[in-house]
Design a protein around this ligand. Structure first.
Ligand SMILES: Cc1cc2nc3c(=O)[nH]c(=O)nc-3n(C[C@H](O)[C@H](O)[C@H](O)COP(=O)(O)OP(=O)(O)OC[C@H]3O[C@@H](n4cnc5c(N)ncnc54)[C@H](O)[C@@H]3O)c2cc1C
Length: 565
């Protein structure tokens, strides 16, 4: 049993650093595509007081690094039905089909809006240029600046937000949601600029904190992706779903740092092939779509080839492509590789899978509503069930656009309501049990290694059990957490890691991105179901220091959350 307190800080801490209290109509946590888009949509509701908080500089997020593009039905050969079918097939029997249909049918409209804000996708006389990625039956990915789609989107949205009447609070770490009776009234934030706590009280709060890639030793994710949103939502009592499904991107450059350079799937879409270190094009042995098979299949194939040959990489070979085409089509990848000493027009690159995306997250309905009133989640931190057990490539930037738009519609009723005034300090524990001194840096790297080795591409009971024990041990060793962003992050990472392990242990089958070597077969009879975590709270405002809880995961038969609008 782990000690997971309801809040990471005490009222005493806050008083000692003179808590700043501010009131808003809406607070948005995160400044990636989900946070910025949600904010712009909120602005269209009228003259609202809005704050966005972002852990580092606003642009430092996964959105900024997105390369491949956005899947949308624009080609005359394409259709909503085909995009729907590819998404559901990749999702390995677990997609919430209602959410998939919403995504594919509403994406084109949101793309039009994105363009009208100034985002420029590459086009020619016939319209948008289209790329192809794994498990898409047709070319349907629109892209910008060659391989810098995310950067284009982030910069345009950010400049719009900076030009609007919004408090953009950078270098501000959201620590915990302020909730009582399953209703959210804002968030407690630490400002790195002045070393002060801020209680941002709000009619509605949006969690747009992105993914969890940094829980793993090797990831394509930005350093902000430590699962903070999932952890704070869980501590507040919100439901988390499908979190055992973590996608590993097959082709990240092998290098000595945890945030690895992604080599987009569009590289393989344009003809790049994979060779093992013996020079064999092995993907043909694993799947008829070869290099363009679904991501989980390509990642596992690479994992097995590396294990069989005792190597830490395979090779991505683009030499058959025209050099000028490569430089024009993938300018960012080309330059980044050159900086690292590789000329990809002349030599194959050493690549291996890396943690990339979490299909699960804070459970929401089709309007971004979580299980806590006034609390919404959008983007990678949320889970509509759309991606099932495995996300189809380029279906995530559009997810933020489509469901962000819907969430703002649903949130407007609470904004009109206003919110009661209350003292945020009354919610926080007055003191906490002081635990052992712990080395958070050591814990962080230990967690990343364990997650990579035992909760990664291939899993089995023994490794999962051992990881669970170690994470329990670390969580139990921590008492009152020091006032330090890095320590809060590690607490969040340990908590989310612990929950992922529990779901991965419970799901005794293999499906999509979750592969159990001890249960290698997909088991629809028992496991066409989702796993949902919900922390048991014993009522309003838990003030028990170092509260002991048991991890509580339930199997939910029905896959869909009904849309109530
Ligand atoms: C290298 C790479 C390439 C990708 N390519 C594509 C692609 O081509 N197409 C596609 O559809 N998807 C792609 N993805 C996935 C996609 O980019 C992400 O899923 C999406 O950008 C997530 O957006 P988001 O707004 O939810 O999160 P993010 O963009 O990650 O933003 C998260 C925000 O939350 C903030 N935050 C987090 N925790 C806290 C906290 N405690 N306090 C305050 N702020 C906090 C961060 O500072 C950041 O501002 C890619 C991902 C990566 C990593």
């Amino acid at each position: 049993m782990a000690h997971i307190g309801r809040y990471l800080v005490t009222a005493e801490d806050c008083k000692a650093r003179s808590l700043v209290v501010r009131h808003y109509d809406a607070v948005v946590i995160g400044s990636g595509i989900a946070g910025l888009w949600t904010t712009l949509k909120l602005l269209s509701l009228g003259d609202l007081r809005i704050a966005i908080v972002s852990k580092l500089s606003a642009h430092e997020c996964n959105t900024y690094y997105a390369q491949g593009g956005i899947a949308t039905v624009v080609s005359p050969e394409d259709s909503f039905e085909l995009h729907f079918r590819d998404t559901v097939e990749a999702g390995a029997g677990l997609c919430n089909e209602e959410a998939v249909w919403v995504l594919v049918t509403e994406t084109p409209k949101r793309i039009e809006e994105l363009c009208s804000l100034g985002v420029r996708f590459e086009s020619d006389d016939e319209g948008f240029k289209l790329a192809r990625e794994g498990a898409h039956g047709i070319r349907r990915i629109i892209y910008a600046r060659g391989d810098r789609t995310g950067c284009e989107v982030e910069q345009v949205l950010l400049s719009r937000v900076r030009g609007a009447k919004v408090d953009l609070i950078e270098w501000a770490f959201a620590i915990d949601l302020l909730t009582s009776d399953d209703e959210c009234f804002g968030v407690l934030v630490w400002s790195e600029h002045d070393g002060k706590y801020m209680a941002l009280l709000s009619s509605v709060t949006f969690i747009c904190t992105g993914g969890i890639g940094q829980l793993y030793d090797s990831t394509t994710n930005a350093k902000v992706a430590t699962g903070d949103g999932l952890a704070m939502a869980y501590r507040a009592g919100a439901r988390l779903a499908d979190i055992e499904f973590v996608q590993f991107h097959p082709t990240a450059l092998v290098e000595r740092r945890s945030q690895r350079l992604l080599l987009s799937e569009t590289v393989r879409g344009e003809g790049g092939i994979l060779l093992n270190t013996d020079g064999e094009r092995f993907m043909l042995r694993y799947h008829p779509m070869a290099e363009l098979a679904p991501r989980d299949i390509v990642s596992r194939a690479i994992f097995y080839e590396m294990r069989r040959l005792g190597k830490d990489h395979v090779l991505l070979d683009m030499r058959s492509l025209n050099a000028e085409f490569i430089k024009r089509r993938f300018p960012f990848i080309y330059e980044q590789c050159l900086e690292r000493g590789y000329d990809l027009t002349k030599q194959p690159l050493p690549v291996a899978p890396a943690a990339h995306y979490i299909m699960g997250g804070i459970e929401v309905d089709l309007f971004g509503r979580t299980s806590i009133r006034r609390l919404f989640a959008v983007g990678e931190a949320s889970c509509t069930g759309l991606h099932g057990a495995n996300r189809l490539a380029s279906n995530s930037l559009n997810e933020a656009l489509v469901f962000g738009h819907r969430a703002v519609g649903a949130a407007s009723e609470f904004i009109a309501d206003g919110h009661p005034d209350f003292d945020p300090l009354a919610l926080l524990p007055s003191r906490m049990v002081v635990g052992k001194d712990v080395d958070f840096v050591h814990m962080r790297s230990g967690l990343q290694k364990l997650m990579w080795e035992s909760v990664g591409i291939v899993r089995e009971r023994q490794g999962l059990d051992a990881t669970r024990s170690q994470l329990e041990h670390w969580l139990s060793a921590i008492g009152h957490v020091p006032i330090d962003v890095r320590a809060w992050e590690v607490m969040n990472m340990l908590l989310v890691g612990r929950l992922i392990v529990e779901s991965a242990l419970m799901r005794t089958e293999s499906r999509g991105a979750h592969y159990r070597e001890d249960y290698p077969i997909r088991d629809d009879a028992n496991w066409a179901a989702r796993l949902v975590h919900r922390r048991c709270l014993s009522g309003f405002g838990i003030k028990v220091p170092g509260e002991v809880i048991t991890v509580n995961v339930i199997k939910v038969r029905e896959r869909r959350l009904a849309a109530s609008d």
